[in-house]
Write a protein that binds this ligand. Structure first.
Ligand SMILES: Cc1cc2nc3c(=O)[nH]c(=O)nc-3n(C[C@H](O)[C@H](O)[C@H](O)COP(=O)(O)OP(=O)(O)OC[C@H]3O[C@@H](n4cnc5c(N)ncnc54)[C@H](O)[C@@H]3O)c2cc1C
Length: 440
């Protein structure tokens, strides 16, 4: 039953591991008739950056063909679909019917299963929390054949463990999610230039009632331009407009760029151009939801910009009570000192809506996310330094973006991991899980 296929890659293309890939077409394809003795792991669209969606010498259960929509209640905006359906497919269905996702990350090319398993967050976290808060129920299939219906009222402990459970508690076959109504594709947008973290925090506080907020940060600028960026806020427009579906993206990044293409000079130039594309301190207007939520999705396979050695993202959250701003400044200074440049740096204030998952990442504070090319010794030493600063400031790192956290670091970031481990399916594992629990 196992098909040897081309290697399944995560978005960062690191680490490069070889596992068998078993495509599932129906929920009844699981558990496989002859269970392999090596571990299994369900995977979605492989949009996680590191190794939460990877296994070495095991079987990846590919869920993308489980993409059917089962039921839609237009009065309540509740959709039941199989877990391999992508957010892009849901939008294609929902937009013409006057609905949008309650929570969406910065790419729509992820599956519902992946969104649950990492309990993803979006630009509206400060108001509505994570994806899992808008999840009504789902079905969880265990390798011993047991099927569990999970909701806040039914098998609540499995509901809690599976949201943010990184695919380790079993296979999610379908899920029921709540959508939110819209009357237009348009977003009422405001972009404000800022310099320094204090101004960023002040803008975030002033925009606390704005539906969506996020900032792009120029992490190469130094001196009086240190921590400059553009603070973006938006709301769904309330002026009714035709709700047409989106056109598919047509551009694909054609080649793996050579390593030297991304260097502090080219990134500094990009950042200066990006910062100065908005001349005025403030810019307002209407934009389509696609460039507002998914600016990177317009070019397919943009990860090839980072070349064959790939990329990694560092995403941390530093809570308010532990000197958030000084923690973020220390991280930015460590990056500058390393000589590695990132042109995708994002800052956002997380709100205080509790995340429903036992291992969910968000907590109140500031989250910072940066993409880095993989340059073995330099980037790995930097990642370790950034993890240590994060720990010193009481923060944590997001597993969905990670491939470098050590076992002691993970266990300090997520002390509840031992409680979580009780729910892990005995036949399931991941390269991430093997790495971060190896000393236990
Ligand atoms: C450009 C870009 C922007 C992003 N922006 C954000 C953001 O703003 N916020 C955010 O939170 N994340 C963000 N992410 C990360 C991404 O949303 C998550 O990594 C997401 O989980 C990927 O989903 P996937 O379908 O690709 O799943 P995969 O990456 O294939 O798998 C992710 C996890 O889900 C598990 N899984 C998948 N399907 C199932 C299933 N059916 N049953 C059980 N477990 C399953 C896997 O085992 C794995 O642990 C971004 C990623 C990219 C590439």
């Amino acid at each position: 039953m196992t098909n040897q296929q081309p290697r399944f890659e995560s978005w960062g293309r690191y680490p490069a591991l070889q596992a068998d890939v078993l495509p599932l077409h129906w929920a009844s394809d699981f558990p496989p008739q002859s269970l392999p003795s090596t571990p299994m792991l369900p995977v979605g669209a492989g949009r996680s950056y590191g190794d939460v969606c990877l296994l070495d010498q095991g079987t990846l259960l590919a869920t993308r063909a489980l993409d059917r929509f089962c039921h839609f209640d237009p009065a309540a905006g509740i959709l039941r679909c199989e877990a391999g359906a992508t957010l892009a497919e849901i939008l294609e269905f929902a937009i013409p019917r006057g609905f949008f996702l309650s929570v969406t990350p910065g790419t729509k090319y992820i599956t519902v299963g992946g969104a649950i398993a990492n309990d993803v967050h979006g630009k509206n976290h400060h108001l509505v929390g994570t994806f899992g808060r808008h999840l009504l129920r789902f079905e969880l299939l265990r390798s011993d054949g047991v099927r569990l219906l999970c909701s806040p009222a039914q098998n609540p402990e499995w509901f809690r463990a599976t949201i943010g459970g990184m695919g380790l508690t079993g296979l999610i076959s379908w899920a029921e999610i709540r959508l939110r109504p819209i009357v237009s594709r348009q977003i009422r947008y405001q972009g404000t230039k800022f310099v320094g973290l204090e101004e960023f925090v002040a803008l975030s506080r002033a925009a606390a009632h704005s539906e969506y907020t996020v900032a792009w940060l120029d992490c190469v600028a130094r001196g009086r331009n240190f921590a400059r960026g553009i603070f973006m806020q938006g709301q769904h427009s309330d002026e009714p407009r035709p709700l047409r579906p989106s056109k598919p993206a047509r551009l694909t990044f054609p080649i793996d760029l050579p390593e030297f293409a991304l260097n502090p000079f080219s990134v500094g130039l990009f950042n200066a151009l990006y910062y100065n594309k908005q001349l005025a301190k403030q810019k307002t207007g209407f934009v389509d939801y696609e460039p507002f939520f998914y600016p990177l999705d317009s070019v397919l396979q943009w990860n090839r910009i980072y070349g064959k050695s790939g990329l990694l993202q560092f995403q941390c959250v530093i809570p308010w009570e532990h000197g958030t701003q000084s923690g973020i400044v220390r991280i930015l200074e460590a990056i500058t000192a390393s000589g590695l440049a990132s042109f995708l740096a994002v800052l956002k204030v997380f709100g205080d809506k509790p995340s429903p998952g036992l291992l969910s990442f968000p907590m109140p504070g500031i989250t910072l996310a940066l993409d880095f090319p993989i340059r073995q010794q330099v980037s790995f030493a930097l990642f370790d330094r950034l993890a240590r600063i994060t720990l010193e400031h009481g923060g944590k790192i997001y597993p969905a973006k990670d491939a470098r956290m050590t076992a002691p670091q993970f266990q300090a970031f997520y002390p509840q991991w031992r409680e979580f481990a009780r729910y892990v399916d005995p036949r399931f594992s991941s390269a991430f899980w093997q790495r971060v629990t190896q000393l236990a």
